[in-house]
Write a new protein. Structure first.
Length: 283
């Protein structure tokens, strides 16, 4: 429809241009007809257009049918009036062309505004739909893998990692009332309300900042895909709470954000590339 309307404007411009050519031609024919009248000649080649010229002259004669005798030639006013009419019609085409361009500009601006409004409404509708779908994702899991900090890795210190892991789990269980499962040499915790993850992150950051001799790789993943957690933990980002892009994206739709997210990097995993983000405390 939009292209059809634009074609109409182009057609009108072409039509007005055609009329301008037609009026110029008519002016030339009228001048020849006037010269023929003044010289009392008889130019047969003008016969094809004389009926039309006579019709125009009959209209102009109603305005003024007088004449004047100059140097033995009778100048009829109707010819001059007809000439003026043609000149006015010629220049009126320029005015009409201006109006066509003006209306086209108004139409295109109105169309653009309507299109933009329509796109904004569509985008808002899509955004609401996406938000609704994202908000449906409630379940998420956290996988924690531990290792000794370098300064505690000497054998003579005889640090019991199992005991330290038990202390960590005891702390998390007391704070979050969640039962850990063993998974990939780490501990897997399942949660069921992602909108309240900030409270869980509060505890996880306390674990990270604890004075324990352990380093912690803490990985968060929405949904039930524990294999993605394995990919994350295999990157060995100790001292961070990491996640994949979809988890970071889902966090945007939480009402509260006590933590910010930032991209850690892109990593090749087989034929795929994974985008890793991390939670950070807002200082």
């Amino acid at each position: 429809m939009h292209k059809f309307v634009l074609n109409i404007f182009n057609f009108l411009r072409s039509l007005l241009h055609f009329f301008k050519i037609l009026f110029v031609f008519s002016i030339l024919m009228l001048l020849f007809y006037w010269v023929e009248n003044l010289t009392h000649a008889n130019w047969a080649w003008l016969n094809f257009i004389k009926p039309f010229l006579d019709f125009v002259l009959s209209i102009s004669s109603k305005i003024n049918s007088g004449s004047i005798d100059l140097l033995g030639a009778v100048f009829e006013y109707k010819f001059g009036i007809a000439l003026i009419i043609y000149i006015i019609l010629f220049y009126s085409m320029n005015f009409l062309r201006f109006l066509v361009d003006l209306f086209e500009d108004v139409y295109e601006k109105s169309y653009s505004l309507c299109k933009k409004t329509e796109e904004n409404l569509l985008n808002k509708s899509l955004q609401r739909s996406v938000e609704k779908e994202e908000k449906k994702i409630k379940k998420y899991s956290i996988l924690i893998k531990t290792t000794l900090k370098k300064k505690f890795s000497h054998k003579e210190l005889n640090i019991n990692i199992a005991e330290q892991n038990n202390l960590m789990n005891k702390f998390i269980i007391e704070k979050l009332s969640v039962t850990p499962k063993n998974f990939e040499d780490g501990f897997l915790y399942d949660f069921y309300d992602f909108d309240e993850i900030d409270a869980v992150l509060d505890v996880m950051f306390k674990v990270l900042k604890s004075s324990a001799p352990l380093d912690y790789a803490i990985c968060v993943q929405i949904g039930n895909d524990v294999l993605k957690l394995k990919k994350l933990v295999d990157l060995k980002y100790y001292g961070k709470i990491t996640m994949l892009a979809e988890t970071s994206y889902r966090y945007r739709y939480n009402k509260t954000h006590r933590y910010k997210t930032s991209q850690v990097g892109l990593f090749q995993n087989g034929n795929n590339t994974i985008e890793v983000h991390e939670f950070k405390e807002i200082l």
